[in-house]
Each structure stands twice: as C-alpha cells, then as structure tokens.
Write a protein that binds this ligand. Sequence first.
Ligand code: PEP
Length: 251
Amino acid sequence: MIKPIVAGNWKMNGVSQSVTEINTLKANITENDQSNNCEILICPPATLITAFAHILSNSPIEIGGQTCHHAEKGAHTGDISAEMIKDCGAKYVITGHSERRMDHGEMDRDIALKTEAGWRAGLKVILCVGELLGERKADLTLKVIERQLKNSIPDGATAENLIIAYEPVWAIGTGLTPTTEDIAKVHDFIRKFLIENISAEEGKKIRILYGGSVKPANAKELMAVSNVNGALVGGASLKAEDFTGIIAAYQ
Ligand code: PEP
C-alpha cells in the first residue's frame, strides 16, 4: 500500500505572523488525527522553515524547502543549499517547479543536479513535471513528461527518496483542472515510466502527486484517480481550513 502525501507549497507567501495558520493547521490535524491516512507536508518560504519546524516538532506535519542550490556551499550569493534547508529542520525539498523553470530558466539538467543535492543532504525530493497549455493543445503532453522524467531523475531514485508531482502548468493557480481521465492517462504513463526506467520494485511504490488548482471541493474526486498518490497544493495550502479540507479527502 502506498501512503499518500498532501503537500502544501506556500511559494513566496508568508511572514512571521503566518505562524497563526500553522498553529491552526497543527490543531486541526491533531484533533482529527488526520495523519493516519496520509502524510502531510508544508513547504514555506526559506525564511519560515526554522520557525515552522519548531512549531511542528511534535506534530506529524513535516516541513520542506521549495528549491535548493546544487552545491553544498560556496560563492552563490542569495542561494540556499539542500544542507542548509535540512539544517533548518526540513525533511523534503521541491525541485523542478514550473515557476522555477519559468522565473529562473531552470532546465531538466539543473533539476537533476538539485535533486541529487537534495539526496546528498538526506532530503526527500518532490520533483515536478508538467506540460504548458500549448504543449497540451499540440498533443505533446506525454512526450514532454517523458523528456522531463528522463532528463531530471538522477540514478539512485527510490520510493524513499523521490516523489513525482504532475502539475500541468496551465492548471496552476488558474482554477482549471484536467479531466480525471486526462489525469489518469498521465499518472498511468508516469507509473509505467518509473517501473521501466528505475525498477519494478521501486517504480510501483514511488508516489505520484497531482498538482494544479486542488481545492477542498475537488480533492476527493482528484485523489481517487488511478495512480494519484496525493496532492501538491499551492494557493489552497495558505489557509489552514482549506488545506485541512483537502487532507480530509483521505478520511
Ligand atoms: C503549485 O504551484 O504547485 C500549485 C499546484 O498551485 P495551485 O494549487 O495554486 O494551483
């Protein structure tokens, strides 16, 4: 049995006062004992990792970073290494988010290096893939996903150190989602790729998350799709009540 994971990506949102949301989330999760059926993760901006990790130290909610530099340390002004993220109390790091690809020109090769860096530091990596709207319209979705997976998953991937997040770029923050049939098609394709290119043993256990406009209202339907093993949530993870509503899909 694969234990699903519901991960929240806060992006560039949150200041010290945002601890109130995390306190509410912690209270909700503890009250309802919602951590039994799925793992729960929050990826705040780097400035809040330490504070959130402190608050959540005696809760089942884990903390992750949103990206990392590929080097351990050095002359890289403004960058943060995977080791630093781990040192702040994180257990996970996201790589390959489409906003990093677009805002910072990150390519599959960079994402492979960052993923390796996460593993070097002992972090689990959530590696994001997903097609642009034009690519979907041109019927290139599976080709794009295959290229991203092929070029950005380093050797050594296991179900313990890697999670894939399928995030159609056109569904992120837009309120649009693919049909459940379309999501199943991509997730089944990713599952087959992992089994054929990593190993049957690991490939069938690696979690594949869906991300893109997941909300409390659609979470149950989306999480029930074939080979969907959880969600990567942007906007709806910022409010504890919304995020709790998504986690409830696994009750
Ligand atoms: C994301 O950016 O990872 C994401 C899925 O965003 P949203 O849930 O806001 O669409």
